[in-house]
Design a protein around this ligand. Structure first.
Ligand code: URA
Length: 439
């Protein structure tokens, strides 16, 4: 056992596939926080952990050490059930913007710490940063006040609360070490535990645009999240949902903010909204706020139709700095791309068999909407609108995609990639259900 961290021994332990001790992991997180281990050494360890894995003990110790790396938010004075909802990451996944006001309108208190985009998947803080002056660095006092007054507080990754995750998250993003089940588990649960929620829904994304690409991997991640949750005394429950095609139409930061505003303003039972209702109602059920899921769903739909959920979303976003009329005219505030280009289908009528969300996610990164270096500035205006779904019948001249880019040149390069990525079928294709496994 190390008596203190020797970075090279620590890396070698995992490189050689040997199990770490609890103490070693605690020393590692201490060293990371006190900067006595260098970023390149942390990256080397991340790759060793990626390749050789961490077992459930190591993952639980890492989760605990990361959650203890900073302050913890004390929610003991908050009245009501404090819940959280988190996605393991997908393309076009803007559910947080809709699910949080659904939960708060139905009596839950929602505390959430979100990250920026990771790999080809988008991040809630990047989306919200499309709104000028949106505040993502809430103090513990502001979180408490918002929870009491509005029922929702969302903050970005923090120097104060679970700061070890912020360091590891940004390094994983640019070292090819994101899609490791134990690292995802520790990253998600460390911040949930530090922010104090006791009932946590994790939406495990499954498919080409997710870190778990098939149901076996998604099940593994789901089981590990639940088991580590138990060891850390939090009630974690999961859904496994489809990420073989993007979620909703808009993919890209500002485009997704506008889509969420439109969905809240005028409810339609789209695939995206059906998922939001499923996630919110599962959370209300599992945290004992509702005893029956059908009642939860009915109430959510009623509150969407009478715009209670819209009002809650306005209250929340305005409390964190959004302008009051963002909802009336979002494009007055969020940036529009310089160039918009439609991708039109030219051919006989056909069914859509595949729309790889990984390629759409990568296209957004290539257009400048994601990062390849940890300090990259992103362009919030760029993205891709997807007008098709798997199982849809399309005809000559239908618009498949709309590319929002800095220049026509960028759009043309992406257009070819997107067109090649779709698989068409002359036989009828069945749509893929959005929920693959409920909590
Ligand atoms: N969300 C997180 O917070 N961390 C991950 O590693 C993946 C998704």
């Amino acid at each position: 056992m190390l008596s203190n961290i020797n970075p090279i021994s620590f890396i070698n332990t995992k490189k050689n596939g040997i199990k770490h001790t609890k103490k070693e992991i605690e020393f590692f997180i201490d060293a990371l926080m006190s900067k006595t281990i260098d970023e390149y050494q942390i990256s080397a360890w991340l790759m060793a952990a990626y390749l050789n894995g961490l077992d459930i003990d190591e993952t639980s110790w890492l989760t605990e050490a990361m959650s203890n790396s900073g302050k913890k938010i004390d929610i003991t004075t908050t009245d009501g059930m404090v819940v959280d909802k988190h996605s393991t990451g997908g393309v076009g996944d803007k559910t947080t913007l809709v699910v949080l006001p659904m939960l708060a309108s139905c009596g839950a208190k929602v505390i959430k710490m979100s990250g920026r985009g990771l790999g080809i998947t988008g991040g809630t803080t990047d989306k919200l940063s499309s709104i000028p002056n949106f505040k993502l660095d809430l103090t513990a006092e502001q979180i408490q006040k918002q929870l009491d007054e509005i029922g929702i507080a969302l903050t970005g990754l923090s120097e104060e609360v679970a700061p070890a995750d912020k360091i590891l998250y940004h390094l994983r993003d640019t070292t090819g070490t994101v899609d490791a089940i134990p690292l995802i588990t520790a990253s998600i649960l460390s911040k949930k535990i530090a922010t104090g929620a006791k009932h946590i829904l994790i939406d495990v994304k499954c498919g080409s645009g997710a870190f778990t690409q098939n149901i076996q991997e998604a099940n593994k991640l789901s089981t590990l999240l639940i088991e580590v949750g138990k060891r850390c005394n939090v009630n974690v429950f999961t859904t496994i949902t489809d990420m073989n095609q993007p979620l909703g139409m808009a993919c890209g930061n500002a485009l997704e903010i506008v889509e969420a505003i439109e969905a809240l303003s005028s409810y339609k039972p789209t695939r995206f909204m059906n998922l939001c209702i499923e996630l919110a109602s599962q959370t209300l059920l599992k945290s004992n706020i509702y005893s029956n899921i059908l009642d939860a769903k009915k109430d959510i739909i009623k509150k969407l139709n009478n715009q209670e959920i819209l009002s809650k979303a306005k209250e929340w976003l305005c409390a964190q700095g959004a302008p009051a009329d963002l909802f009336t005219n979002p494009y007055q505030y969020v940036q529009k791309a310089n160039h918009i280009e439609n991708v039109v289908y030219q051919g006989k009528k056909t069914w859509i068999e595949k729309i790889p969300s990984s390629i759409i996610g990568q296209s957004i990164v290539d257009l400048g909407g994601g990062r390849t270096h940890k300090d990259d500035k992103i362009d919030h205006s760029v993205g891709v609108k997807v007008f098709i779904e798997i199982g849809q019948l399309i005809h000559h001249n239908d618009i498949l995609f709309q590319i929002h880019s800095k220049s026509q040149r960028d759009a043309i390069a992406i257009k070819e990639i997107l067109l090649k990525s779709i698989k068409f079928s002359s036989d009828k294709i069945e749509p893929i259900p959005i929920v693959l496994k409920a909590a």
